[in-house]
Write a protein that binds this ligand. Structure first.
Ligand SMILES: Nc1ncnc2c1ncn2[C@@H]1O[C@H](COP(=O)(O)OP(=O)(O)OP(=O)(O)O)[C@@H](O)[C@H]1O
Ligand SMILES: [Mg+2]
Length: 293
């Protein structure tokens, strides 16, 4: 017998003992059993009535409750439980924002507030992505280490590091293996956002964000382009998608930084005829990261 049946059974016994419908009604409210299951218990209650162990009145009240619960379910009014929403700890999933390379991004609602869910598609609950990373130790030696762990949890912790360093990224709320819950940014990715009123200001802002990410959060984005910048409706740029981010002192990080800045500057150059000196940005970061040596 299932746990629900067992608990309903106990509630029914109590209802009979006290000749009071309340324990059974309470259990129905809490357990939301299937209509068929409810019918079975109603039949059992009626048998008790025939034996004179419970009053007509109690049975009538229970009958009413069972009828209502069954009817509500047939009309689809009982809340359907969505396993993804439940897993992610949100109230409900409202729709799909975008299906990306490795992940789907969904719009959801949590306590009356819109949130974005990034759901890694490959996630099955078991696999762990292994990733080899190289680190430079204090005395310049390069060590290699295999990083284990879930891609979503890793991106979440980088997002948190960036957010706490004051970089404009969506606020990270929560994560579990395979899923990130974060602030929803209404707007469009830069590559297809409507023409900017002040492209110079947006580019300068983005360069400042990239510098802060490197110096304060000690991260290089590694996949920055007009695809991974969201421009809000009031023209404020947010950096997203830290799935490829690397430590600022890892070998090759400065080259990644150069490529990130170049991608942005090229985009602004092509679309808005605005330019910035990429070398200058990279040198400024290098000095602040490694000190003048
Ligand atoms: N916080 C957010 N608020 C609103 N929209 C978002 C948010 N995060 C992502 N999006 C939308 O989802 C799209 C894909 O997101 P993202 O770049 O993080 O995933 P991805 O490219 O699939 O990631 P990956 O590079 O790991 O495969 C974005 O271009 C953007 O349109
Ligand atoms: Mg992306």
């Amino acid at each position: 017998m299932s746990e629900i049946s067992e608990r309903l059974g106990r509630a029914l016994l109590e209802t009979v003992e006290r000749d009071d419908p309340e324990p059974f009604i309470e259990a129905v409210r809490e357990l939301e059993p299937d209509p068929e299951e409810l019918e079975r218990f109603l039949e059992a209650l009626k048998i008790q009535r025939e034996k004179g162990r419970v009053s007509e009145e109690t049975v009538r009240v229970v009958e009413e409750v069972v009828e209502k619960a069954g009817g509500r379910r047939e009309r689809g009014e009982l809340p359907e439980t969505d396993p993804l929403a439940e897993y992610a700890g949100v109230d409900r999933v409202l729709g799909t924002i975008m299906t990306g390379k490795e992940a789907d991004v969904l719009l959801a609602e949590k306590r009356g507030r819109k949130v974005a869910l990034k759901v890694y598609r490959a996630f099955t609950g078991r696999e762990e992505k292994r990733e080899e990373r190289a680190y430079r130790t204090e005395d310049g030696e390069v060590v290699r280490r295999v990083e284990r762990g879930d891609a979503a949890l890793r991106e979440f912790s980088r997002l948190k590091r960036a957010y706490e360093a004051g970089v404009r990224v969506p606020e990270p709320y929560d994560a579990r293996p395979g899923v990130i819950v974060m602030e929803y940014i209404p707007g469009e990715p830069l590559y297809r956002a409507p023409d900017l009123e002040d492209p110079e200001a947006v580019l300068d802002d983005l360069v400042r964000q990239v510098e802060r990410l490197a110096v304060k959060a000690e991260l290089v984005h590694g996949d920055l382009s007009a695809f991974n910048v969201l421009v809000s409706d009031d023209e404020v740029p947010y950096i997203i998608d830290l799935s490829e981010a690397k430590g600022v002192k890892e070998p090759g990080a400065m080259e990644l930084l150069r490529r990130d800045v170049e991608n942005l500057v090229d985009f602004f150059n092509r679309k808005y005829d605005v330019s910035r000196d990429v070398d200058e940005v990279v040198e400024r970061v290098r000095e602040r990261v490694y000190g003048d040596r």
